[in-house]
Design a binder for this molecule. Sequence first.
Ligand SMILES: Cc1cc2nc3c(=O)[nH]c(=O)nc-3n(C[C@H](O)[C@H](O)[C@H](O)COP(=O)(O)OP(=O)(O)OC[C@H]3O[C@@H](n4cnc5c(N)ncnc54)[C@H](O)[C@@H]3O)c2cc1C
Length: 466
Amino acid sequence: MDIEGGYRRENTLRRTDPSGDMITVVGGGIAGLAAAYRLQEHGFDVRVYEAADEVGGLAALYDTAGDPIERYYHHLSKSEETIVELAEELGVDDRLEWSIGKNAYYVDGVVHPLDTATQIAAYPHLSLYDKFRLGMLTLGVDVRGGRPRFDSYDDLTEYEDVPVREFVEEHTTRGVYERFFDPLLDAKFGDRKEDVSAAWLLGRIRFRGERDLRRGEILGYFDGSFGVLIDALVDGVGRDRITTGARVVDVGFSTAGGESAADRGVETVTVEAGSGTETHETDGVVVAAMPNVLEALTGYECDIDFQGAVCAVVTMDRQLLDTYWLNIAEEAPFGALIEHTNFVPPDRYGGQHLLYVASYVQSSDDWRWQADDATLEERWLDGIAELFPSFSREHVASVRISRNPRAAPVYERGYLETVIPYHLHEAVGDGVYYAGMASRAQYPERSLNGGIVAGFECADRIADGE
Ligand SMILES: Cc1cc2nc3c(=O)[nH]c(=O)nc-3n(C[C@H](O)[C@H](O)[C@H](O)COP(=O)(O)OP(=O)(O)OC[C@H]3O[C@@H](n4cnc5c(N)ncnc54)[C@H](O)[C@@H]3O)c2cc1C
């Protein structure tokens, strides 16, 4: 299956002459910066407007006593190739490091490491038969009926409308669903888990990439944070072509005698910044923000539901866990604990230990969304102490909390029919492009790599006159 980890589109042959054409990019997250970078390579003039005071979007950073750290946990999977190629192109590939990110499950008061074949064999909450069926599924082998088949999972579209639970129970065992996948789906999708498709699960299994059965999963991270790549992109685009603190509030169209999308072509963008509101002419627009921004600017309605995220970075004077990623298979006020400094050494952060405490929220009524920072900190630190009695608040130097209402799509059944096309000439008007979380490249998992692929897809279509 092509999971779009690598971007293979030919980008050297341009069919249009870009000289003098100005393309406006709305949003200075990774997708917008990647689109702007590639458009410039194609010879276009670009201008990026970013509403926040800094670029980076969901990959924005906090300071620490050493290197900065992402506000939301970030790492790369081995299956993601375009981001690695881009790092090479920008000359920062020597900062990209691959190390083992250890995983574990917390069940009934015990942390079970699940990285190596031996640890998986020793895991007491799945039977030997459950482990065999789970292992076969993750290897892509369908052993139903006792005869192994190796092509059953090649065409993911066959599983687009199959509920994930039904699929797992049929292709493995009920125990695998209830004791392995259900807690993971709960943490990721909460009460929307029943809506998720089997195609998403299969795609996600392949997305994870390389696993060393003697050591664990190999994950990527930049020495100095993903800010290293963002900074290199900003340099590649040119700082003077990026305006922060500038929100695009309108996209204007010319109409060739009619109001239908076919008659419309993008003509202007209106930007609100500290200095006031200005309208600029443009030959094209790439909206590289969430779909609600696209809707506000163009009227395009996207049917994808999003979930929010609440995520804290807890700075501690000592280590809490032995693993990078801890899934929690029981009642807890958060979905997962991710100890970043068990993946990247604490000496990069002035010796401090950094722990993400994270939850997805399905609705704004969720108490974690409603709670103020002080309440959330209290409940979350209490929750950690309940799981780990040796934990004490005295170990905590600070807790910084971020919230985002559109942190990830809910990959429900039929999802691929709802992704937003790269060029919206049929739906909105000529010259309007979309690169963002609702793009095809952000399936089966939204990622920085997917954002870059989406940005490149738009830039290359503009260059090709498509
Ligand atoms: C909790 C969490 C964990 C994650 N973990 C990983 C991970 O481990 N690995 C990984 O690769 N990815 C991860 N991601 C996903 C990754 O962060 C996103 O896929 C990626 O950053 C999306 O980039 P984007 O440019 O599409 O959108 P964004 O980063 O949202 O950027 C959009 C930008 O547009 C700006 N904007 C909005 N409206 C306007 C407007 N009207 N005018 C101007 N600017 C505007 C916004 O301010 C924002 O900066 C994670 C995300 C979250 C939330």
